[in-house]
Design a protein around this ligand. Structure first.
Ligand SMILES: [Zn+2]
Length: 415
């Protein structure tokens, strides 16, 4: 618990050398040891923590325009010490660990927590990095005591990711016949006999060529391992197929796309990781769940146990924004045990289908583009990491939607 609290203070302040100047205690006899003291609310108390009594009450109070989940919106100076009664430690813990999902057990048909049920959405700040705003507030409190907090080394970065769900359309007889039936005879013919790179669904080389135009953009692909029993894991592809071999070359920084079935049964993740490692002769340390079905917060432990160091699942399928309240990679803390782990969570800020599906945000092109720009600017302002997810299928000319155009324009705006 103490380690987790110390980590959150370090995370907020952004530089470890200032962490010892900040105390988190209600014991007044200890306050003189610190320059800034954050007074704990009852969130972590026995009988409150882990129960429905720990849930914040809406509407939330605000301090300097920032919503606080716990404590009082008061900052006072007392004998050169700044006393912060807004419990930004418990508030950060709540957001960074998905604590809410351990209390509210409602899930969608895929077992996922629903973004529109989340506190950040209901309280109207899903598009803000509230935890990073707490960090700014804490730095300004240190400034009040005369400590000059030096500029942080964080720099804006962007990561474009792709989940390889269905990689090809016409590479087998069934797809070819389907193409003929749908009057795509020429495309089907060219693709069947021209190889994977001519397949209209295999848009990875096209995406990569656009991504290469932005020097600071990192791009990666998450690859699935075949042969589970869930229908949601179809279609299967062979890890030794030409399409996958080419993906290994195009995106050497690839990770595991954890199957739907392993989302249900996290003990299967280690085996999937091993198979992908064998196929690509490369150690796998990154992942994202298919359908974003990282169901229960404590399921992350399976990732830690099998040597995954970076997870990119943490976005909501139904609403784009900041599921963890931050745009900076953050170490996962188990919200039940408060155990601090080595796993880094990367907030998935926006997924293509979240924007255009009628059951999700149902945006037209202009609204989708404007919303994406807003999220990009928010991440820029906090010098954080913007992570997007566009599928090879959504940018295919076969999809018929606006994602191909949007993808190009988003990449440009990241430059
Ligand atoms: Zn997927």
């Amino acid at each position: 618990m103490e380690k987790a609290i110390h980590y959150i203070i370090e995370f907020l302040i952004g530089a470890p050398e200032y962490a010892n100047m900040i105390g988190y205690t209600g014991d007044r006899s200890l306050w003189s040891k610190y320059k800034v003291v954050i007074v704990p609310s009852d969130f972590f108390n026995e009988g409150v923590f882990g129960t429905s009594n720990s849930m914040p009450k809406l509407p939330l109070q605000e301090i300097n325009g920032i919503p606080i989940l716990f404590g009082e919106p008061v900052i006072a100076k007392q004998n050169d010490i700044v006393i912060v009664k807004a419990d930004i430690i418990a508030s950060s813990f709540f957001l960074l660990t998905r604590y809410e999902e351990t209390i509210n057990k409602k899930r969608d048909i895929h077992g996922r927590f629903i973004g529109k049920d989340s506190l950040p959405y209901r309280a109207g700040f899903i598009d803000r990095c509230v935890v990073d705003e707490y960090g700014e507030l804490l730095r300004s409190c240190l400034n009040l005591t005369g400590v000059e907090v030096k500029n942080l080394d964080h720099k804006f970065s962007c990561v474009m990711t792709h989940d390889a769900d269905k990689i090809e359309q016409y590479q087998n007889l069934r797809g070819f016949v389907g193409g003929i039936v749908h009057n795509h005879f020429k495309d089907a013919f060219v693709s069947l006999f021209g190889g994977i790179e001519k397949d209209l669904l295999y848009t990875f080389p096209w995406m990569k060529s656009i991504e290469n135009e932005v020097p600071n953009l990192l791009s990666k692909v998450f690859i699935r391992v075949p042969n589970t029993t869930s229908i949601y894991d179809k279609p299967y592809y062979s890890l030794s197929s030409n399409g996958i071999k080419r993906l290994f070359e195009l995106y050497p920084n690839y990770g595991l796309h954890i199957s739907y079935e392993a989302g249900l049964n996290p003990e299967l993740i280690a085996g999937e990781k091993q198979k992908l490692e064998l196929a690509g002769a490369c150690k796998i340390t990154q992942c994202r769940n298919h359908y974003l079905t990282s169901r229960e917060p404590e399921d992350m432990m399976a990732l830690v146990d099998c040597g995954i160091t970076d997870d990119y699942t943490m976005g909501y399928a139904d609403v784009a924004g900041f599921r963890l309240g931050t745009c900076k990679p953050v170490k996962w803390i188990n919200p039940r045990t408060c155990f601090l782990t080595t796993l880094s969570l990367h907030s998935l800020v926006v997924m293509d289908c979240t924007l255009d599906r009628s059951e999700y945000m149902n945006f037209n092109y202009d609204d989708a583009y404007q919303y994406c720009l807003k999220l990009i600017n928010t991440v820029r302002r906090h010098n954080g990491e913007w992570v997007g997810l566009w599928h090879n299928s959504s940018v295919s000319v076969l999809s018929g939607g606006y994602q191909r155009e949007l993808f190009k324009n988003i990449i440009q705006s990241l430059a």
